[in-house]
Design a protein around this ligand. Structure first.
Ligand code: THU
Length: 136
């Protein structure tokens, strides 16, 4: 699985977004260590707080299916599905990544024209809270 293909799958996932309240469509494609890819979209709710982000939709689908090892995630977002800027995952999604991923887990933040910026989990979530380190 190439970065280009993962980016394409995140852009495809964006078309599945259910976001009648914000109009901000988000798509994600999560690459498991065995090569499986899970796509996710944001799913909003009239009561707002039950809404879930695209990244967490992808993670929860994968974890439900028994995956625990992840390599990378590609994410894109934009009003009405237009990708006008590089889209960084929210803090809650970073913490969910932290639960399952190592420091070198890669995040591809997609921008216009299927370009992307690549960062690691350690870069976007430094000094993270890890159960293995802090609750042992
Ligand atoms: N959203 C995501 O799907 N991922 C993020 O990392 C941040 C925000 C969604 C939540 C909401 O449906 C919409 O984008 C606007 O915040």
């Amino acid at each position: 699985m190439t970065a280009e293909k993962l980016v394409e799958l995140a852009i495809e996932a964006q078309t599945h977004a259910y976001c009648p309240y914000s109009g901000f469509k988000v798509g994600a494609a999560l690459l498991c260590a065995d090569g499986t890819v899970y796509q996710g979209c944001n799913i909003e709710n009239a009561s707002y707080s039950p809404s879930v982000c695209a990244e967490r939709t992808a993670f929860f689908k994968a974890v439900y299916d028994g995956h625990r090892d992840f390599t990378a995630i590609a994410v894109c977002g934009g009003k009405d599905g237009e990708i006008t800027g590089y889209f960084p995952p929210c803090g809650v999604c970073r913490q969910v990544m932290s639960e399952f991923c190592g420091d070198d887990f890669r995040i591809y933040m997609i921008g216009p024209g299927e370009t992307w910026k690549e960062m690691t989990l350690a870069q976007i979530l430094p000094e993270r809270f890890c159960a293995s380190e802090h609750m042992a």
